[in-house]
Design a protein around this ligand. Structure first.
Ligand SMILES: Nc1nc2c(c(=O)[nH]1)N[C@H]1C(S)=C(S)[C@@H](COP(=O)(O)OP(=O)(O)OC[C@H]3O[C@@H](n4cnc5c(N)ncnc54)[C@H](O)[C@@H]3O)O[C@H]1N2
Ligand code: MOO
Length: 400
């Protein structure tokens, strides 16, 4: 059994970012930038008004002063002429400030009669003017390569003149569930059988993390059948298998792929759940073989698949979001496997508290669905009394 950290390192070493593709900016959310994004324009492109009112010279706009309105500057329609002493220009929000003006008088602070305005509150020089380039200037680097774009980033990319974005291609991941007992939801379940929750839990996790999931047909416990179905993963960036990872007579995923050049990197990690995880290379296609137990699959996906996906996606800084929380129950001493206890998080008087589920069996999907955290227990961690601080992975924050 190898330690979790070593397994993660070896898995990450097996992946490189996908190549670039060009997409319309409107489809950019959650995609990962392949190259830094530079501003193609300056915003605002000139000094503009932040308010509706009158552009004028602050020096002339003393309390009670009367100015003549010499014209108008509207958004998209700048004032074409020039204005002289004792004059002002009607201006709208976002419109260019005429050269002669150095302040905006708010419409609410003026009384207008015909083409005259009376100043009811003297503006300071520079008041309500957004300077040219306040937001960004042409050529500035605004978003770094490797950034997963938020809706706000998409807005910025569009604002700075990009109709198209160069992003990493979404990773394509095939999912192969194995086992004579496995049926797809809705299909007849064989005697003693079980429905493949793993395929759909993994597909959902992949979709939530920017990847495309391809759910392959279920393969029975037969090497030739496993091989045949696995061919469907060709062209993908990763093959995930579930089941058949352990030591039973029918656990034959690695052996089946081995008939066609599967090279095992490692098998078995000092973790619970998820011990019999397989990692290797099947003729250029990385393979992660998850244990059949659904909770084992989910925990392996959080600990290993998410970082691998980040690497594949070209995203920067893969890593588990770990927070500290106060554990409401006592915890026993841990053995040599790093443990991941399913637990619920809650806030109590501003403090994060976590409560482990009373039964930690790796087949229990209901407990898993009700849990929103994993308590991390290092190998040989000492027993803890109730109220001790523990490290916790926030599952809801990971979109899983
Ligand atoms: N003698 C030993 N037995 C086992 C060991 C061991 O070290 N020595 N390891 C145990 C651990 S830990 C795990 S985890 C499991 C994993 O075994 P496999 O990966 O070989 O999984 P299966 O035997 O195929 O299935 C286990 C369990 O999960 C159900 N399953 C399988 N696929 C799915 C699916 N797609 N969706 C939902 N549920 C699935 C399957 O029906 C079994 O109930 O091995 C222990 N045994
Ligand atoms: O490692 Mo198994 O995943 O303990 O149930």
């Amino acid at each position: 059994m190898i330690p979790v950290e070593e397994a993660r390192r070896r898995i990450l070493a097996g992946f490189a970012p996908t190549g670039p593709e060009t997409i319309p900016v409107g489809q950019g959310r959650a995609r990962v930038l392949q190259a830094p994004l530079h501003a193609r324009r300056t915003q605002p492109p000139a000094d503009v008004s932040a308010m509706d009112g009158y552009a004028l010279r602050a020096g002339e706009a003393t309390l009670g002063a009367v100015l003549r309105v010499a014209g108008e500057s509207a958004a998209g329609h700048p004032f074409a002429g020039s204005f002289g002493a004792g004059e002002a220009v009607r201006i709208s929000t976002g419109a260019f400030v005429p050269e002669e003006a150095d302040a905006i008088l708010l419409q609410e602070d003026a009384t207008r009669e015909g083409d005259r305005i009376t100043v009811n509150e003297a503006p300071r020089p520079g008041r309500w003017i957004r300077r040219e380039g306040l937001d960004f200037a042409e050529g500035q680097a605004l978003l770094e390569a490797g950034r997963r774009l938020s809706a706000r980033d998409v807005g910025l990319a569009a604002a700075c003149g990009h109709a198209w974005l160069s992003v990493h291609r979404r990773p394509r991941v095939a999912i192969l569930a194995t086992g004579d007992e496995i049926a797809l939801p809705g299909d007849p379940v064989p005697p003693g059988g079980i429905v493949s929750s793993n395929s759909f839990m993994l597909a959902a996790l992949l979709e939530a993390n920017g990847a495309e999931a391809l759910v392959l047909p279920v393969a029975p416990d037969d090497p030739a059948a496993i091989l045949a179905v696995a061919q469907g993963a060709r062209g993908c960036d990763l093959l995930l298998t579930t089941g058949g990872a352990s030591v039973g007579d029918h656990d034959q995923t690695a052996a089946a792929l081995g008939r066609q050049g599967f090279k095992l990197d490692f098998w078995k990690i000092a973790m619970r759940p998820g011990k019999p995880l397989i990692f290797g290379d099947w003729r250029g296609l990385p393979v992660l073989g998850f244990p059949g137990n659904p909770v084992s699959t989910l925990v392996c996906a959080v600990v290993f698949l998410l970082p691998a996906l980040a690497r594949l996606s070209g995203a920067s800084a893969p890593g588990l979001p770990v927070v500290s929380a106060r554990c409401t129950t006592a915890l026993p001493e841990n053995d040599r496997r790093a443990d991941h206890l399913r637990a619920t998080l809650h806030r109590d008087v501003g403090e994060l508290r976590v409560t482990p589920a009373p039964v930690q069996d790796s087949s229990m999907l209901r407990t898993l669905a009700e849990s929103d955290a994993l308590i991390l227990r290092a190998p040989f961690a000492p027993a803890l009394e109730a109220g001790a601080m523990v490290e916790v992975v926030d599952l809801a924050g990971l979109g899983v």
